[in-house]
Design a protein around this ligand. Structure first.
Ligand SMILES: [Zn+2]
Length: 146
């Protein structure tokens, strides 16, 4: 995700924290920045669940599990802005035609709106293998050990 989009999302987050609601301006910024993807991401708020993957002992790695209404599972990493979906693989990584996918925008919006479900805990030692399984098709991720 580019710096400008990050800044817009931060601004929306700030507005939401202050007013506890998304204003027309917030929606406008979201659509202006992400186009159709904004609508798709907002639709996911209605149809999908999202949970943070936490490790024991804790690590700062921000991994989220998204399950869509049709039971499809996607993992996204907030810090690295990566997703498992085909759109991300082809349109974002390969063609560089889009800056991100709807799952990443959904993840960010769910965090802003406080709609992330209770965390799923895995062992820290399993994290590297977990990430490898999840993202090996898109990219190899460096794993930071605490
Ligand atoms: Zn995706």
């Amino acid at each position: 995700m580019d710096v400008m989009s990050e800044a817009i999302l931060n601004k929306i987050e700030e507005n939401y924290k202050a007013t506890n609601t998304l204003s027309d301006d917030d929606y406008e910024m979201l659509y202006y920045t992400f186009g159709d993807m904004a609508g798709n991401a907002l639709a996911l708020l209605e149809t999908s669940t999202i949970h943070k993957i936490e490790t024991l002992p804790p690590s700062s790695y921000g991994l989220y599990k998204i399950e869509s209404g049709s039971r499809k599972v996607y993992y996204v990493s907030r810090k690295c802005h990566i997703c498992q979906c085909k759109f991300f693989k082809f349109k974002v990584k390969r063609d560089r035609a889009k800056q991100t996918c709807k799952h990443n925008v959904f993840c960010r919006m769910a965090l802003i709106l406080g709609e992330v479900g209770s965390p799923i805990t895995i062992k820290l030692e399993d994290l590297a293998g977990y990430l490898n399984d999840i993202f090996s098709t898109t990219e190899t991720l460096p794993v930071r050990r605490p």
